[in-house]
Write a protein that binds this ligand. Structure first.
Ligand code: NAD
Ligand code: WQD
Length: 340
């Protein structure tokens, strides 16, 4: 089957393209490269010895998008990663986030409907659970949002569910990721944040590389095992495999399918720092800083539905996540080289 991957040059998208190609899918990627590099896809091609049909395009370009489907009438499903994802930036620039994430998705769905492609796998986030009342988090927990990024995810989830109500032949999959980290074991593709990283793992690897002086641990007075925030970190390769499983399971089923993708295990910030130091035999300088506004104390998944229905569960552990993250950073200290 031919799968269109939006945002396929990005962190999770590039790893998913590799898994799709390895599983025998034909892959086209639409990406405007606003937060990624074309080189990621060249490396994916090198890793699997197969080609990707890359189209540099903004999802806001409705006409261009429609052309992609008319030129490739064999596209049978879409995995939709394309979006802006920085929480803090979304608070400062809400209209840009709504414009890009909502209108981009609207355009995509319109083009899909027009060309009779009704199978979509969407990158949602654990952020849609807001501050959960209980742990671990199950898919039927109440949803809410505290920032424009999270709200855009929730709105898109609802929009896609409405689409299925209006036409029940739509196959809608909402994958709620917990905290993806790590990189492909080859060290050829990985996370390449622009500027100072917002997320914990890339910050740690940049401290390890000497690019940043020390990690700021945002708060040590949360009601958690050691006072620091607890999250459910999962290896990006496991996450990528989850997309292939979700695509396969929903191939012949219509409906709205919602899955948590996580390990089911919470780890604190200090546990992550220790795991990184032990896995890589490198010291990470850190200091305790004030809490980051908007952070919650604890968040981890009940991922048993994905296991029951998709037959998916994570295989990599914290040591692999830390080792592979460092392997990527070490081999690519400045991220991907500038495109030629
Ligand atoms: P990323 O920024 O590396 O990838 C997103 C890709 O989308 C980039 O390649 C970017 O260039 C592209 N893009 C953005 N807007 C576009 C547009 N209008 N048209 C075409 N391309 C566009 O991010 P990622 O970490 O790989 O995340 C992928 C998806 O998963 C995002 O939707 C994100 O919100 C979601 N998600 C990520 C995380 C995480 O921690 N990384 C967690 C939960 C959900
Ligand atoms: C993890 C823990 C921080 C950086 C965010 C988004 C979410 C999803 C994933 C994507 C927290 C602590 C972090 C640092 C720290 N996004 N931390 N020092 O906040 O769980 O989730 O990314 O699309 O929507 O909100 O992930 O990696 O930022 O933080 O102490 O420099 O690490 O306080 O406890 P988070 P994170």
């Amino acid at each position: 089957m031919h799968v269109l991957v939006t945002g396929g040059a990005g962190y999770i998208g590039s790893h998913t393209c590799l898994e799709l190609l390895d599983a025998g899918y034909t892959v086209s990627v639409v990406d405007n490269l606003c937060n990624s590099s074309r080189i990621a896809l060249t490396r994916v091609e090198e890793l699997c010895g197969k080609k990707i049909n890359f189209i540099e395009l903004d999802l806001l370009d409705m006409q261009g998008l429609s052309q992609v489907f008319s030129r490739h009438p064999d596209i049978g499903a879409v995995i939709h990663f394309a979006g802006l994802k920085a929480v803090g930036e979304s608070v400062e620039q809400p209209l840009r986030y709504y414009q890009n994430n909502l209108i981009g998705t609207l355009n995509l769905c319109e083009a899909m409907a027009k060309h009779g492609v009704k199978h979509i796998v969407f990158s949602s986030s654990a952020t849609v659970y807001g501050t959960p009342a209980r742990l671990p988090i199950q898919e039927d927990f109440p949803t809410s949002a505290t920032n424009p990024y999270g709200r855009s995810k929730l709105m898109i989830e609802e929009m896609l569910a409405d689409l299925h109500i209006s036409d029940q032949t739509w196959q809608v999959v909402l994958l709620r990721y917990f905290n993806p980290v790590g990189a492909h074991p080859s060290g050829r593709i990985g996370e390449d944040p622009k500027g100072i990283p917002n997320n914990l793992m890339p910050y740690i690897t940049q401290v390890a590389a000497g690019r940043l002086k020390e990690l700021n641990v945002f708060g040590n007075d949360y009601p958690t095992i050691d006072g620091t925030g607890v999250r459910d970190y999962l290896h990006v390769v496991d996450l990528a495999k989850g997309h292939v499983k979700a695509l396969e399971y929903t191939q012949k089923r219509s409906g709205v399918f919602i899955y948590n993708l996580g390990t089911g295990q919470g780890s604190s910030v200090l546990e992550m720092v220790r795991a990184f130091m032990e896995a890589n035999k490198i010291d990470i300088a850190y200091r305790i800083s004030p809490r980051r506004p908007g952070d919650i104390a604890e968040c981890y998944a009940d991922a048993s539905l994905a296991l029951r229905e998709l037959g998916w569960q994570t295989e990599y552990g914290l040591t692999d996540m830390c080792r592979h993250a460092w392997n990527w950073q070490k081999n690519n200290p400045e991220g991907y080289p500038p495109s030629a």
